[in-house]
Design a protein around this ligand. Structure first.
Ligand SMILES: [Fe+2]
Length: 257
């Protein structure tokens, strides 16, 4: 079973990328496509896009990124928890796709789990990030409260999946082991990349063999215990040093399960 994992396609920052990505899917024909979030800023265009992508794969599993959760195009009509649990879920299901945050998925004996995750702290620059302005999780005062909640959800999925399967792939939008990349990240934004709270949950579950993350637009791959952890973030056009086609090949994890 050919499964592709990718995130951070940021179609609103990458004009022309949709056609390139569709050609890429037509050429390589993944049976399952797992998308780890940050397709657009806001979610109003999400359903239309997922329908297009779904035409080129049998199953599409989606996890929102922080950008997908921004209230920029819903005028703040609902809070972020509602967006995450209800509105985006509905959009994804109506597009014929699976929504991983509402429960793990099993395909051909492989378990797929996923969460947006979150991070330990806003950047220490003093400037408000869009997340701070455009996301509101009622009852969760700080980013670390949000990440705790996301980690709890992930843990529930993993307990559930591991009673049914022997191998699980986790997709987390934010970085689950920021401490492992601490050397390469400026200290004032390290806390904003993700949280070890997520990594620690993942490490407790032996059947998790693959971990994919996005959010930080940088390619890396590491082995942690018996798990392979890989960034699958595409990023912004301005960050590319190769053609979009070449970059897609570099950042997409193509796994034959
Ligand atoms: Fe992100």
């Amino acid at each position: 079973m050919k499964v592709f994992f990718i995130s951070d396609l940021h179609f609103d920052h990458n004009p022309g990328l949709l056609n390139v990505f569709v050609d890429f899917l037509k050429k390589h024909k993944p049976e399952v496509l797992v998308v780890g979030g940050d397709l657009f800023n806001g979610s109003s265009r999400l359903g239309g896009l997922l329908k297009i992508l779904k035409e080129h794969t049998s199953r599409l599993l989606f996890v929102p990124g922080n950008h997908d959760l921004w209230h920029s195009d819903t005028l703040g009509a609902v809070d972020t928890t509602e967006m995450y649990r209800k509105y985006i879920r509905g959009t994804v299901l109506r597009s014929g796709c699976d929504y991983l945050p509402s429960g793990g998925v099993i395909i051909n004996g492989i378990g797929f789990a996923g969460t947006t995750g979150w991070y330990d702290a806003f950047p220490a620059s003093g400037q408000k990030t869009p997340d701070e302005k455009l996301c509101f999780f009622p009852g969760l005062a700080s980013p670390s409260d949000v990440v705790e909640k996301m980690a709890e959800d992930l843990e529930r999925q993993l307990y559930d999946l591991e009673t049914h399967v022997d191998r699980i792939a986790v997709t987390v939008h934010t970085v689950p082991f920021p401490a492992k990349i601490a050397d390469s990240i400026e200290e004032n934004i390290l806390g904003y990349q993700g949280s070890d709270v997520l990594g620690n949950v993942i490490m407790k579950h032996d059947k998790v063999k693959h971990v994919f993350s996005g959010h930080l637009h940088r390619q890396f791959r590491a082995r942690i215990g018996d798990k392979v952890w890989q960034s699958v973030a595409y990023g912004y056009a301005r960050e590319l040093s190769v053609s979009p086609e070449e970059h897609l090949l570099q950042c997409t994890a193509m796994i034959d399960f």
